[in-house]
Design a protein around this ligand. Sequence first.
Ligand SMILES: *[C@@H]1O[C@H](CO)[C@@H](O)[C@H](O)[C@H]1NC(C)=O
Ligand SMILES: *[C@@H]1O[C@H](CO)[C@@H](O)[C@H](O)[C@H]1NC(C)=O
Ligand SMILES: *[C@@H]1O[C@H](CO)[C@@H](O)[C@H](O)[C@H]1NC(C)=O
Length: 367
Amino acid sequence: MATMFLLVVVLSFVASALAGTPCPDRQSIYPCSCLALPQGKKVFFTSVTCHRLHSTDSLTVIFPALRTMAIDHLYLYDSFWEANKLGTEEGENKQVLPTDWITLLKVKEIEIVDTTLSPCFACHSRVACRNSITTRFTAVNSSSHDKICTICKTDKGGDFTWTGCMTKLRQFHFQHGKLTIVRSDLFPTMMKELTEVDLSYNQITKIENNAFLMTPRLKVLNLSHNALQSLDAMFKGVKLLALEQLDVSWNLIKSLGANFFAGAPSLKGLKADNNDIVEMKESEWQGMGKDLRTIDLIDNPLHCDCNIRWINSTFSVNAVIQGVCATPEDYENSLLRKASRMLNERCTAEGSIGTRPNTKATTPSSH
Ligand SMILES: *[C@@H]1O[C@H](CO)[C@@H](O)[C@H](O)[C@H]1NC(C)=O
Ligand SMILES: *[C@@H]1O[C@H](CO)[C@@H](O)[C@H](O)[C@H]1NC(C)=O
Ligand SMILES: *[C@@H]1O[C@H](CO)[C@@H](O)[C@H](O)[C@H]1NC(C)=O
């Protein structure tokens, strides 16, 4: 009998840990709405959607009802604009997630879109937070501040980091914002499960050393559509052994910097299209891992002279290198690897391009 009881308890725990609960009364979570899609016997995919909330107050009112639920997906959309109009400190405090949300809400995926969040939107907590449920946190077009608070104070004056509280977090997306620096306090404590970080469409000019020291499992890092000029310090002192995909497209990158690949030895894909890379420096690329298979350098002002002869023999034969030379005229629009081969044949031992008439009939593409 006792074991039976225990079994039931364990089973119901497993069920609630894997899926959402049925929806409560409509009024109890109004103005948000709830949808629980049956996924099998007593198993639901539960999503709660909140549209056009004036301020945090609307969430605070329904917080008791939300707390009782297990929610797969919480979607906060186009909200807090009224509070934003106040423009006061009080207004700031009304563009935040409710107090103790991180510990008390059981939400797997949180998605915030087109909402005005204050910089310390996630910090309101009476006690140090705890959360082993949230696996994904996304905020898109929801902050016009150049930084967000990650180190927060409890009411009792202690410190905690809200990102670090989410011990099961796998994906962290903060897109279409105004972040300028990726600081080492974005993830100040060990994030063992974090595999995906997307900070695309911000205004990031700098990544602090150690910014990714606490994310050893990071597999996909997206920094596209920012304002980085170099990747020099990005992995300084950090080795991201699991990093497979790095997207730094649509930045202002001129060079990868020395030792770039030392920090990302398992990289399989590097998207660096739409940057300002002119020179393919052998010294910068020599450290690349043997798994690097797709390299996107499309729309860079690449200059192809005798200094790129190394490309053909250094990249694996299976590596796909996209991108064409922009200059000199002789090699305009030739694929990098092809240009490198041609230059191998053409450059004299001293490294200068030998004499060659620059006529259409003998352009490189006719080889
Ligand atoms: C961001 O949100 C505002 C307000 O809802 C909207 O007008 C704007 O189009 C959004 N921008 C993007 C890039 O989605
Ligand atoms: C990075 O983000 C951009 C824009 O949000 C997206 O188009 C791109 O596919 C992402 N890259 C990767 C590798 O996921
Ligand atoms: C290019 O590289 C391939 C494979 O490493 C090699 O077989 C070939 O001879 C090289 N071609 C030139 C022109 O260097």
